[in-house]
Design a protein around this ligand. Sequence first.
Ligand SMILES: *[C@@H]1O[C@H](CO)[C@@H](O)[C@H](O)[C@H]1NC(C)=O
Length: 402
Amino acid sequence: MAHKLLSAVSVAITFLIALPLLFESSHAAGGVTYNVVSYGVRGDGKTDSTKAFLRAWSSACSSHRSATVYVPRGTFLLKPVVFSGPCRSSRIVFQMGAGSSTTLVAPSNYWELGNSGNWILFIKVTGLSINGGTVDARGAGYWRCRKYGKSCTPGARSVSIFWCSNVVVNGLRSLNSQIMHMAIDNSNNVHVKNVWIRAPSGSPNTDGIHIEYSSGITITKSTIMTGDDCISIGAGARNLWIERIACGPGHGISIGSLGGYANEDGVQNVTITSSVFTKTQNGVRIKSWARASTAFVRNIVYRNLVMKNVDNPVIIDQKYCPGNKNCPRQSSGVKISRVTYQNIRGTSGTKVAMNFYCSPSNPCWGIKLRDIRLTYLNKAATSSCANVGGSKSGVVIPKSCF
Ligand SMILES: *[C@@H]1O[C@H](CO)[C@@H](O)[C@H](O)[C@H]1NC(C)=O
């Protein structure tokens, strides 16, 4: 009895102390925490929590201290939501629960993501951390529409980071996006680590992570299983470091496609290292449409990669045209140079393990092969070359064709 009374008193005291800080609680780092529960969310997976999340974000964003938006255990339904800056707070942590017990889900009817293009969008934020949690876009209905339907919405990316800098995404899980799982655009200094991405191998355009017009992007220690590229690197991407990725199923790690437009920025200084590709359509691919373009791809390093039954382990394709539809059938203007392939080993799912199809009007140059060992079903694989020049060193199997 006394014990109960005591705890009732202590609850009352805690409440009184907490009253002025109803929406705030301080934490050790001298920052302040805004728990979405204080803003009226229901973690039942059915009640729309969008407005409450936005109010919590707005409090954090306008805080003069470093601020955390805290999402506890539960399943929270979110419609398309924009967490926008610039913020007064110089550091915002979007913290989702502990482990994988916190899930953000999209509405079960895919139309509700509609024409938004992005489901969860962070825009113009400097100093952002996104920690833990699962986002589940429940894309299956949308993929069915794409497959059988006539008029589908354009689809939404699950987590987008646009015009942001100094961002860390750590331990996020993303499931079943409508289109790409994560998009990084016009951003600087973004580190994505320990993420786990999954969509079925047949799901259309469900790229894992797409990067464009961004610099200083690091992606490490992540597992990506999708229906499209595990990572796709588009125009204007530079200074990328990609390490310890498990990719597959999926279409591999791709630079491009470039050359979709006549006026386009290029891709430069990209390192992809210490990664494993399992049963993917491609390993490391550079692709461009066969069309005039100002774009380029240069200073690329592929190093310490393992291919396990990969259809095209090493490929440059400058007449990219999926499904052979609307092929421009010109010569690609995209200039590819200084690409190094070093210590790449494993098995190819097709006989041609290394395929360089470069542009007749802009041949690839400075391609370096060093210590390559790729086989085809334990037999010899081959390589194929068009309009490509470079050098080789160490053991190169299959023999290079330039
Ligand atoms: C290339 O990118 C890496 C990784 O972001 C970076 O550390 C390095 O400084 C860049 N190199 C140049 C020459 O910009």
